[in-house]
Design a protein around this ligand. Structure first.
Ligand SMILES: Nc1ncnc2c1ncn2[C@@H]1O[C@H](COP(=O)(O)OP(=O)(O)O)[C@@H](O)[C@H]1O
Ligand SMILES: [Mg+2]
Length: 324
């Protein structure tokens, strides 16, 4: 295939230009036909037709580039369109209900606005690592049909304190430029900053600036703060959030549910039940790890079915390693 067509193809993808993309593929098909590569030409034509109903580049949202730290030129956040769904998350029923309700509520903001009620747009999620904070925020963004902006709070801290304040301002301005979900991950690093013995008042100003940004936020985005260490959060922080939810370690039933979703049809139900028992005390992510480890073992042994021994070995691998 001529280099120029390949370049056209990539350029068209970069611009999400459906028409240019199709023209480039057509040119490649004609060229392959001329070279008598009929099978390849036919396959390409078929692929182009199949994709025409399911893929439209023109519909792909163009996401604005996140702001940069002036000093290091590193992005202050990342932006993505997640595709995880809330019903794929294994959450305690009350938390699941809370998040579902929140999604519905955001869809009905106009009614609440008319009634003169303040919007609930600040969420705090806390709990041990691997129990679904980040993944639930991704699911929330998907359900709301909003892009997700992820910023690590410690990543906003510049070596120049003045720059940190400016980073925060830039991040919140960015999040206010549209309807997004803004995830402030590692939120506890703010609390830690307060305790920092080198604190000469400057750092305190930064912490207060974050609190003020959150307090004063009335833009179209939803702000979600997530932390593994709620104990280091300043007591003054909690009341600034409209929704506060704990995502704790899973109970046996939740572990079972994760194993079942991944291992369904590959192993005996009885084995799943006993495996879940063995994982009590570990996070959701560990159950996921164990399930994939078991399947990997069966695939490498060229079996379709996960045997009890393979499951046992997977549990051993999971419980022997460190999770937190
Ligand atoms: N509650 C959950 N339900 C389903 N999968 C989960 C859950 N919690 C964690 N996982 C799985 O473990 C991985 C890590 O979880 P994550 O949400 O990043 O944890 P956290 O942000 O709380 O540390 C996720 O990508 C997901 O696949
Ligand atoms: Mg996380």
């Amino acid at each position: 295939m001529a280099g120029q067509h390949l370049k056209d193809l990539i350029a068209a993808y970069g611009r999400r230009d459906d028409l240019q993309f199709r023209r480039a593929v057509q040119a490649i098909i004609q060229e392959e036909e001329a070279k008598k590569h009929t099978t390849l030409a036919r396959d390409l034509t078929r692929l182009l037709t199949v994709n025409s109903s399911s893929v439209s580049f023109n519909e792909a949202p163009v996401l604005p580039e996140p702001p940069l730290d002036r000093d290091s030129s590193t992005p202050l956040a990342s932006i993505s369109m997640p595709n995880r769904r809330l019903n794929e998350q294994v959450l305690r029923p009350d938390i699941s209900h809370l998040l579902q309700e929140f999604v519905e509520e955001v869809g009905r903001w106009p009614e609440l606005d008319t009634a003169g009620l303040p919007r609930r747009n600040r969420i705090l999620l806390y709990g041990p690592p691997g129990c679904g904070k980040t993944s639930s925020v991704e699911a929330l963004a998907t359900e709301l049909g909003r892009p997700l902006i992820t910023a690590r709070v410690d990543g906003l801290m510049s070596s120049y304190l003045g720059e940190t304040a400016s980073n925060l301002r830039k991040l919140f301005e960015y999040a206010s430029s549209g309807a997004y979900v803004l995830l402030l991950d590692e939120f506890d690093s703010l609390g830690k900053l307060r305790d920092d013995p080198s604190d000469h008042g400057e750092l305190r100003r930064v912490v207060n600036a974050v609190l003020q940004q959150i307090d004063a936020y009335d833009g179209p985005s939803i702000i979600v703060a997530a932390t593994n260490h709620p104990s280091v959060l300043d007591p003054a922080l909690w009341r600034r959030f409209d929704v506060v939810a704990e995502l704790p370690l899973p109970e046996t039933l939740e572990l079972q549910s994760i194993l079942f979703r991944i291992l369904r049809g590959r192993t005996d139900l009885f084995d799943i039940d006993s495996t879940a028992q063995d994982l009590v005390g570990l996070p959701h992510a560990a159950a996921e790890f164990a399930a994939y480890s078991a399947i990997r073992r069966s695939v490498l042994a060229r079996n379709n079915h996960v045997s009890s021994a393979q499951l046992k070995a997977a549990i051993h691998e999971t419980t022997q390693r460190r999770w937190v």
